[in-house]
Design a protein around this ligand. Structure first.
Ligand SMILES: *[C@@H]1O[C@H](CO)[C@@H](O)[C@H](O)[C@H]1NC(C)=O
Ligand SMILES: *[C@@H]1O[C@H](CO)[C@@H](O)[C@H](O)[C@H]1NC(C)=O
Length: 401
């Protein structure tokens, strides 16, 4: 059987671009968005643990989407592993992922989030109609038959699609040597583009070089934005009693926000806070946050990071999809398929851009006492959250802005 049934390779690529500025959050009972995000957060925490001194950016929603795209093709234990990883029951997730996808790509978010999913099957690799139609309906996922016998050409076609669908922010993703002319059967791409504008912008003339001390302890200067405004801010604590500040920066439209977590004590490494982070923790922050006038100092940064999802997903019990002899994709194709590569590339740009002048400037100018300064000058965690669904679109640890 194995002699002829050529190994089918499925490369999963998720592309996420985030061009940001800031928003706000509300507490909810745990939604589907949060469940999917939880898996992605777990993946992030594992990667962050391995790369304690590096910048890491990941889209938890992208991880959930890619598993959601594969799910209708799976059967048996392979399916069970994905469902349990996503914490969905039976057939629940398709409708919810579809709804989530719709919400995130709705008109009100049109200027902020672009999610584009696509499958690139080998020319002539036959996929089951139900699988294709489910993906079309749930993820607006189109398929583009691609000839992998010419990896150079195939990589070029995929990269062009990625470039088109991320508005040029990720010009290239796949290299020809990632594709095998004989074995590649399917490349799945999930592209998320985010260009949030802060609700209240930072004035570019206030951006000045300031000292940032990365995890390795060697301070250096980094362009740091500054804004006097009213922000949601609070003090949280891990079960071990390590305190950290949480600051919420709303994006225009109020449905998205960036949440920043910064250890209160300079001696507390970010790595000691991370194990405590989950969607439940993030949800609990809303009770701690209060509006306060502060001067916020935040580094301006652009981070691009690629994450190989295979290791972390495998350690979380999603192993069958990657195993040639165990993967059961019988509802995708009659040919045996397994996933050889699962990559996600994410890019985030955080700068001054916003839609309005700093909201509270006038009020603050009138205030007599000078407001407290909150300076983000050490490694920090950020999350971009869609408040109505609790979906975590992006999460990152910034060690060197
Ligand atoms: C990308 O966009 C260009 C210009 O609109 C178009 O000609 C090309 O077909 C697109 N390529 C893909 C792969 O979508
Ligand atoms: C795949 O599964 C087989 C059978 O259960 C197992 O023997 C093998 O070690 C697995 N391969 C990998 C790479 O995990």
């Amino acid at each position: 059987m194995f002699a002829h049934s050529a190994l089918c390779v499925c490369v999963l690529l998720a592309v996420c671009v985030l061009r940001g500025s800031l928003s706000e959050s509300q507490s909810q009972t745990q939604s589907y968005g949060e469940r999917g995000s939880d898996l992605g957060l777990q993946v992030f925490l594992r990667v962050a643990q391995e790369k304690a001194n590096e910048n890491v950016v990941l889209s938890p929603h992208g991880v959930a989407s890619i598993l959601g795209m594969l799910l209708p093709g799976t059967h048996g234990e392979t399916k069970r592993q994905i469902l349990s990883g996503l914490r969905y029951k039976k057939n629940g997730p398709y409708k919810m992922l579809k709804k989530l996808h719709k919400t995130l790509t709705s008109k009100s978010n049109a200027d902020i989030v672009t999610i584009a999913n696509s499958l690139f099957p080998q020319l002539g690799f036959s996929m089951k109609e139900d699988f294709l139609s489910t993906n079309r309906e749930n993820f607006m996922c189109e398929t583009y038959p691609t000839d992998y016998s010419n990896p150079q050409h195939a990589a070029h076609a995929i990269n062009e699609w990625v470039r088109n669908n991320t508005k040029g922010h990720i010009p290239s993703l796949v290299q020809a040597d990632m594709l095998d002319p004989a074995l590649t059967r399917l490349v799945a791409v999930n592209a998320i583009y985010f260009k949030g504008l802060w609700k209240s912008r930072f004035q570019p003339q206030n951006t000045k070089p300031r000292t940032f001390t990365p995890a390795d302890g060697k301070p250096y200067k980094v362009p740091t934005m500054s804004q006097l405004s009213v922000f949601n801010i609070g003090l949280a604590s891990t079960p071990e009693g390590l305190k950290y500040k949480v600051i919420e920066l709303p994006y225009n439209g109020n449905s998205m926000s960036m949440l920043i977590a910064l250890p209160s004590e300079e001696t507390t490494p970010l790595a000691n806070i991370l194990p405590h982070i989950s969607t439940a923790t993030v949800q609990s922050w809303s009770k701690l946050l209060h509006q306060r006038k502060i001067r916020l100092l935040l580094p301006k940064f652009t981070i691009e990071a690629e994450v190989d999802l295979k290791g972390p997903l495998g350690r979380m019990g999603i192993t069958h999809i990657f195993n040639e002899s165990q993967a059961d994709f019988r509802h995708m194709s009659t040919e045996p398929v397994y996933v050889s590569k699962a990559l996600q590339k994410a890019k985030i740009e955080v700068n001054e851009d916003g839609t309005k002048a700093a909201a509270a400037t006038t009020a603050i100018m009138l205030a007599r006492s000078s407001p407290p300064w909150v300076t983000v000058d050490r490694p920090f965690l950020f999350l971009i959250r869609h408040s109505p669904t609790g979906t975590i679109l992006f999460v990152g640890q910034i060690n060197k802005p």
